[in-house]
Design a protein around this ligand. Structure first.
Ligand code: ACO
Length: 402
């Protein structure tokens, strides 16, 4: 590892690394990935153990504070988060300003950014206590805002949080309860939702987290930084891949059409890619994808969905791709997005909500990384360099002479 900052000071040399494929942008103690072995650890704990045994707010505490909470710490943290689940009543008017057919991610970018207009005290990033309150506000309010985006999208009234429910169950309640019916959250589906949130909680310096850090490096307030992260997450190469993967499975439609799509994915003249396959860091099975696959089966089993054509296509596609020399050579394995779409669809969410749910879960990772950066004494404004390839200096020509 070369400290290019010192090298730059001494020699003026800097590196050219499009896409940051080999450049570390920071030091971090939060998440470790071994892409060759398919290992993901949060603060040292394997994702498999956290997803199987932990709950989402416990993982939030771990990411924010560095240790698993004791029972009292956990109760206190849960209470602090629950106290902040409501959003300012005025925020509802933001939603009403959007077209009903607006993509919920467009709504999320706007509404989350607007939080800085409501919680002025939390925009003081120099105060450690306010930084923590902002973090808790964001973790607590994201599900409420996401559920409001969903309700607005489907034309139903907003549902207030029900704080005796846990994080995931409360989210399902806010999304699926309707005033005219008695809605009870299914505990197996709530557990699946919780696992989905845990699996998406953090993933070190991915594009959206790097965006949050870059925005935060200028001293921008945390709500604005998270809105920047949401905007970045929306892209189909990142968080938008779960929506794109499900759309792709639908487009493939039946198992017999898989070879046609595999051939397209391999064709250099065709921009088509198998969505939900490949990862910048994992050159092995994404450990989250394995847990996600199991969760998918649990959810379909609970709902009594036996023959899901999309799942049939997904299973067969995975089998074929994993034995295809192109995918083997390029180390392209299914990532978490490959299975999460099927699960979210079975839970009742429209595809347009998939990336929103990712944003709800990733908020804790974004904010933990933002805090770590702000609290790092060596923190500097993020300011990449460039290799200029434009014109050399030339003289202005008056418009009459052009
Ligand atoms: N289908 C077909 N070929 C692929 C795929 C794919 N899904 N992914 C990568 N490749 C090929 C590329 O064409 C390239 O081939 P080449 O070396 O002959 O040019 C090679 O594999 C390497 O791919 P890169 O794009 O250089 O890898 P990079 O690390 O930049 O991209 C990415 C990673 C964006 C995830 C890519 O694999 C992709 O587009 N996957 C589909 C989208 C997706 O599932 N995104 C979710 C990522 S996980 C997440 O955000 C939660």
């Amino acid at each position: 590892v070369v400290d290019i900052g010192s090298l730059y000071k001494e020699t003026g040399a800097f590196t050219y690394d499009p896409g940051f494929t080999s450049t570390a942008s920071c030091e971090s103690e939060i998440t470790y990935i071994d892409g060759d072995e398919g290992v993901l650890l949060h603060r040292g704990y394997p994702i498999e153990q956290l997803a199987e045994q932990g709950d989402f707010l416990e993982v939030c505490y771990l990411l924010l504070y560095g240790e698993l909470p004791t029972r009292t710490q956990k109760e206190d943290f849960d209470l602090r988060v629950t106290r902040h689940t409501m959003v300012h009543e005025q925020l509802g008017w933001f939603f009403r300003g959007f077209r009903r057919d607006a993509h919920p991610m467009a709504v999320m970018c706007g509404v989350v950014g607007a939080l800085s207009a409501f919680y002025h005290d939390s925009t003081d990033i120099s105060d450690p206590q306010q930084r923590m309150i902002a973090s808790i506000r964001l973790i607590a309010k994201m599900p409420t805002i996401a559920a409001m985006a969903y309700k607005y999208h489907v034309g139903q009234p907003f549902v207030y949080p029900k704080n005796e429910l846990n994080f995931a169950a409360n989210f399902l309640h806010m999304c699926f309860a309707v005033p005219c019916e008695d809605y009870k959250v299914n505990p197996i589906l709530a557990r699946a939702m919780e696992r989905i949130f845990i699996l998406h909680a953090d993933h070190e310096q991915n594009a959206s987290t790097s965006t949050v850090r870059l925005a935060g490096s200028s001293g921008a307030n945390p709500f604005a930084c998270i809105a920047a992260g949401i905007a970045c997450l929306w892209g189909p190469a990142h968080g938008g891949a779960n929506e794109a993967a499900l759309n792709m499975l639908g487009e493939i439609g039946s198992v017999d059409r898989i070879p046609e799509f595999i051939a397209r994915a391999k064709d250099k003249n065709d921009p088509f890619r198998l969505m939900g396959f490949g990862h910048r860091v994992y050159k092995n099975y994404d450990p989250r994808a394995k847990i996600m696959q199991k969760t998918t089966h649990e959810v379909l089993g609970e709902l009594g969905i036996k023959d899901d054509p999309l799942l049939d296509v997904a299973m067969e596609l995975e089998k074929i791709a994993l034995t295809d020399p192109y995918f083997i050579e390029k180390k392209l394995y299914p990532n978490i997005d490959f299975y999460s779409g099927i699960t979210l669809k079975a839970l009742g969410f429209p595809t347009t909500m998939f990336t929103v749910l990712f944003a709800v879960a990733r908020t804790v990772g974004w904010i933990a990384q933002w805090k770590e950066m702000i609290e790092d004494p060596s923190q500097k404004i993020g300011r990449p360099r460039q290799l200029y390839t434009g014109h050399t200096q030339r003289d202005y020509t008056p418009i009459a002479k052009r």
